[in-house]
Design a protein around this ligand. Structure first.
Ligand SMILES: [Zn+2]
Length: 79
């Protein structure tokens, strides 16, 4: 029956959407945690990329924190 097929497809679509929303939420949470962990390290003057010390640098557009091993590590942070 055609109607049955339509209902099946509708169910499949709504199930797929729910899965997507859940994995999207999980992804957003992971990103949030990553950003928080990075910010904590930066606050402690630790480069989140390589673990070296961050030093204050003076750039064209103001001061920023940069990795002390630059140019080996190009991590910079403004904020
Ligand atoms: Zn670094």
């Amino acid at each position: 029956m055609v109607l049955d097929d339509v209902q099946k497809i509708c169910q499949l679509i709504s199930t797929a959407n729910m899965v997507n929303i859940e994995s999207r939420k999980a992804h957003v949470e992971t990103v949030k945690q990553d950003v928080k962990a990075r910010d904590d390290k930066v606050k402690g003057d630790i480069c989140p990329w390589c673990g070296a010390t961050l030093i204050k640098r003076q750039g064209k557009y103001g001061s920023f924190k940069g990795c002390s091993t630059y140019p080996k590590c190009k991590f910079t942070f403004r904020g």
